[in-house]
Design a protein around this ligand. Structure first.
Ligand SMILES: C[S@@+](CC[C@H](N)C(=O)[O-])C[C@H]1O[C@@H](n2cnc3c(N)ncnc32)[C@H](O)[C@@H]1O
Length: 237
């Protein structure tokens, strides 16, 4: 695997700026069935999970943080300190180099972040995605679980996205940060490469509308397929 650092993400500043001012994003989520489904899924996984790490959490919680021991939330723009809910702490940092020692958490969760950790090329995107999963693995205790809730695409749309990614970087100026979505198979293969075992793969019901690039779209017009993946770091490893 190509060694990567936080600098491999060229969209750090645009992500931080866009999501820091995120009232519109939070309000839009609260209205859509897709995100209520995600909330239910996340609560099921987080309940009683012990010490939880929520990566790229967006500065807000879409679940009740009192259902587990403690939640540490890390994002590019949150300040270090207490979180906005009981049982929670904020930590400033990047998914690519999580600011925690090895084996610190029982459960690591990421919701719709991997497709935001984008760089200068498709290759850099894949390296970043693998590095993020390797970081999830590193900070989990043996036996711990990683919950990946992610917007994915099918193999056909992926080929299209791969072709247009570089030209898009040239023309895109301002607004929502550039994203790059993976197929579920690519996420599963990368997770296996960094040492995880797959425990669950399921499609999340989308409802009628979904958020893409900061706007609400009828699902029928977008290729996005939200998925839930649960990976385990083996008890010995
Ligand atoms: C689509 S939002 C998801 C927010 C929240 N997880 C949710 O599901 O509502 C993507 C989040 O990922 C964060 N992000 C992007 N790159 C990141 C990185 N390298 N490290 C940590 N967070 C990152 C952004 O700042 C933003 O808050």
């Amino acid at each position: 695997m190509t060694p990567t650092t936080a600098n491999s993400q060229t969209t750090i500043a645009t992500n931080a700026a866009w999501f820091q001012d995120n009232d519109h994003y939070i309000e839009a989520q609260s209205r859509l069935a897709c995100y209520r489904n995600i909330q239910r899924i996340v609560e099921r996984e987080v309940r009683g999970a012990g010490q939880v790490l929520d990566i790229g959490n967006g500065g807000f919680f879409n679940y009740d943080t009192t259902i587990t021991e403690h939640v540490t939330a890390v994002d590019l723009f949150v300040p270090d300190g207490p979180g906005p809910t009981p049982n929670s702490t904020f930590r400033n940092g990047s998914f690519l180099a999580l600011p925690f020692p090895d084996r610190s958490f029982d459960c690591a969760i990421q919701q719709n972040v991997l497709h935001h950790v984008t760089g200068r090329s498709v290759r850099a995107n894949h390296d970043n995605m693998r590095q993020c999963l390797a970081e999830m693995f590193r900070v989990l205790r043996p036996g711990g679980k990683a919950v990946v809730v992610e917007s994915t695409v099918g193999p056909l749309f992926y080929q299209f996205e791969r072709l247009v990614y570089r030209p898009l970087l040239w023309v895109k100026r301002g607004g929502h940060p550039v994203t790059f979505q993976y197929t579920p198979r690519q996420l599963m293969d990368a997770a296996a490469e960094v040492g995880f075992e797959l425990e669950e793969f399921s499609l999340i019901p989308r409802g009628w509308f979904i958020l893409q690039l900061g706007y609400i779209w009828p699902c029928i017009l977008t290729p996005a397929k939200p998925v839930k993946l649960v990976f385990r770091r083996r008890a010995r490893g």
